[in-house]
Design a protein around this ligand. Sequence first.
Ligand code: KIV
Ligand code: ZN
Length: 387
Amino acid sequence: MTNRVYIFDTTLRDGEQSPGCSMTVQEKLRMAAKLVELGVDILEAGFPIASEGDFEAVQKIGQEYSWAHVAALARAATGDVERAAAALRPAKRSRIHTFIATSDIHLKYKLKKSRQQVVDEAVAAVALARNYTDDVEFSAEDATRTDPDYLEEVCRAVVAAGARTVNLPDTVGYSVPEEYGALIGRIAKALGDSAVVSVHCHDDLGLAVANSIAAVQAGARQIECTINGIGERAGNAALEEVVMAFKTRPDRLPYQTKISSEHLYSASQLLAQTITFGPQPNKAIVGENAFAHEAGIHQDGYLKERSTYEIIDPKSVGVPESKLVLGKHSGRHALKQRCQDLGFDLSKEDLDHVYQRFTALADRKKGLRNDEILALIQERQAAAAAQ
Ligand code: KIV
Ligand code: ZN
């Protein structure tokens, strides 16, 4: 087994189907261009049976980005699989991603089907999809709440029917890393080289990224994730977080992706401009504060040596530079640096005056902007000239 991990991006499918995230065909095309530039391995473009717009988006993305590997979602039902296949027709590299729930809770209340019926429908859908493409993925929805013996039986059956990738979603974000790793390890061992094991984690307990990483350590080689972690309810595993975890900690996580990380920030920004919300300010990697330092002690350390308080070079994710936020916790060093950045090399005496006024103001405000710092410098210069 190699250490190459495939990044399956589902921003335009699982992400798009969540509140405030729907996108027009044009918006999906624009986002797809960014995902291709980012280097995702598989781009899930939509759920063609769900709407005309989704059908068109899958079709157009397959047409326009013929070199990309495009996936479309389908329930394990003839109509769904055929619709996905039709939407994927223009794509040179297409994947049909078919799914059915396997947990007893879903079988009893949602599907009202027996375990045998579900295996039969899963196998039939995979076999049908194989008539259209060699590349078929099967997902056992709610895998983490499924009886593991039954889950293994389903996985073996769909692989025998032609599935090349078997995805074990933590659909409701219920699993914890050790438990999820053990489940993935069991299925990876059972399937051996016959299929790639994939993971798809939701973030209901804030564990989607940790679970995805535990799964890779246990043998999974595909991670399904989204930009900014958007997706159903609390979202999916954030693409930028899994990628940067591997890149930042190769000593512990010796896995490689093909993501060009310098495009992560612009992908995050483009998505934020396209849907109705952006990442929260303290979001790892792409949040407004991810590379901002306000506390005086931190700013002082950072100015002496960046690595004292930064584990990632902001440029490596496309953030132009770190920010020293000037607020009530900031020190003289940071203020001096900011004055220099603004073109003013202040004497010790001038800096003392500006610093006094700054701390008085910063006590009342959430942080000072450059124009407010400039006003303080000018005020001091005017006072000095009048003396
Ligand atoms: O969360 C889930 O189980 C899904 C599947 C359709 C893959 O999104
Ligand atoms: Zn999902």
